[in-house]
Design a protein around this ligand. Structure first.
Ligand code: GDP
Ligand code: IMO
Ligand code: MG
Length: 426
């Protein structure tokens, strides 16, 4: 019998993954990030104290658990060291409980600069990236011009490779963008310093995880971003540059897909999106603004206001399919507490046609109109609910309707940002 679980966001990110990982960590031994980088922002609130994790798995907040940054993560060492500092300041132990893959690709200042420049150049067409250098870092990985953590510990090799890469990037900065060149030497010196500081955490995580599996340790894979931002199955090109979906957990850790025994989807009771791209159920009105305020929908990484709208069952159904999600957690139910009626987007209308399957054609997604099913709201405070018997009947009915449309069981509800604000339904 297996027990390793992969937790993934079923929307466009910010579903509340960090909070749920923190809760589930209690029943796991190892928590591993397999993709993304510091573009992620996972907020966890423990007894009123707020933690925002970008690179380190949210499991770090619990004692006697091991956290792993897998090979699929785009690692920004400067950001990582800052995060470690912040955690230690809050008395969270970061030491032997953190492992970093030696084959993870590094994010360099030229990646961030490229991210900035290419976004600015795109004008209205911009993706609205977090400007953390994620796209350019993964581009280099695939183009075979990336530099990995282990390279830092071979100074002469690192120097020669970095020099060459910076030379190339500088041609792009100067000739294409009319921008300033970067100094390879400054980058080299800074990264040699980071190398020493992160040295205690760096190891062969593939072997580490393999041994853990053989020792019957329980592993929780912490997905970042959301399935609709997946490089293949998301709303391309308005996506992030990694494999967000459950399949990415194998690729981004070196663990066999056969060792992932359960896929748990996290979905918010409504929808949000940061950055550009189609969003059929978006609310550009007072209600959208209300959800943003009540839900605190401002980016944990960039502070940008998140676009808000009704729950989009068409895209979530697609996300459930591409992940093979077994069950789901429904978060932020409390944000809908005051609504008289609640809408669920069950189809996309484009011309005379209504799609209930996620259309792959971008134009259809960008211009289509949502088709809604409307259900009664509960107009009661759910934030103090802890027991299945406390759930108002209309809220139960909303959850059941979602379960029916999506063909998935909701196993847990989240009704507030704090660790304790959950209701187990299973
Ligand atoms: P993640 O990226 O998926 O981890 O999600 P974020 O942390 O970026 O965004 C979720 C936000 O909602 C955070 O500020 C959480 O503290 C907060 N949150 C999580 N679950 C709930 C919930 O059930 N109710 C409310 N009101 N807030 C929640
Ligand atoms: P978490 O893990 C929400 C979005 C960006 C942009 C697109 C590409 O907190 O859910 P990138 O910087 O990755 O190249 O930007 O992806 N994006 C996120 N949106 N939550 C995230 O992470 C995101 N990470 C990236 O806003 O639209
Ligand atoms: Mg987030």
């Amino acid at each position: 019998m297996g027990f390793n679980t992969c937790l993934v966001g079923l929307q466009w990110g910010d579903e509340g993954k960090g909070k749920i990982v923190d809760i589930l960590t209690e029943s796991f031994d190892i928590i591993v990030r397999y993709q993304g980088g510091s573009n992620a922002g996972h907020t966890v609130i423990v007894n009123g104290e707020k933690f925002v994790l970008h690179l380190i798995p949210s499991g770090i907040l619990r004692k006697n658990k091991c956290c792993v940054i897998g090979s699929g993560v785009a690692l920004d060492p400067h950001q990582l060291l800052e995060e470690i500092d912040e955690l230690r300041k809050k008395n969270i132990e970061v030491g032997d409980n953190l492992r970093i893959s030696e084959i993870a690709h590094l994010v360099f200042p030229y990646h961030k600069k490229l991210d900035e420049l290419s976004e600015s150049e795109k004008g209205d067409e911009k993706i609205g990236t977090t400007r953390r250098g994620i796209g350019p870092c993964y581009t280099d990985k695939m183009a075979r011009t990336g530099i990995r953590v282990a390279d830092l510990y071979h100074p002469e090799y690192f120097k020669q490779r970095l020099k060459k890469v910076v030379e190339e990037k500088n041609k792009i900065f100067v000739r294409l963008y009319d921008a300033e060149a970067l100094s390879w030497k400054d980058i080299y010196d800074a990264y040699c310093e980071y190398a020493e500081q992160i040295r205690p955490f760096v190891c062969n995580t593939v072997v580490f995880m393999d041994e853990a599996i053989k020792a019957r340790k329980k592993i929780l894979f912490e997905g970042a971003q959301g399935s609709l931002l997946d490089v293949d199955f998301g709303t391309y090109p308005f996506i992030t540059s990694s494999s967000v979906t459950a399949g990415g957990a194998a690729v981004g850790t070196g663990i066999s897909p056969r060792q992932i025994h359960k896929v748990l989807g996290i979905m918010k009771s409504y929808t949000t999106r940061v950055g550009s791209g189609p969003f059929p159920s978006e609310l550009n009105d007072a209600l959208g603004e209300y959800l943003r305020k009540k839900g605190g929908e401002y980016g944990a990484t960039t502070g940008r206001p998140r676009r808000c709208g009704w729950f989009d069952a068409v895209s979530v159904k697609h996300a459930i399919m591409v992940n093979g999600a077994d069950s789901a957690v429904l978060t932020k139910l409390d944000v809908l507490d005051e609504q008289k009626t609640i809408k669920i987007c069950v189809g996309y209308k484009f011309g005379d046609k209504v799609y209930d399957l996620f259309p792959v054609d971008l134009a259809a997604r960008a211009e289509c109109q949502p088709v809604y099913k409307e259900v009664p709201g509960w107009q009661k405070d759910t934030s103090k609910m802890r027991d299945i018997r406390d759930i108002p009947s209309q809220a139960k009915s909303y959850i059941n309707t979602l379960e029916k449309i999506l063909g998935i069981k909701v196993q847990m509800l989240s009704v507030g940002p704090d660790r304790g604000q959950v209701v187990n339904l299973a």
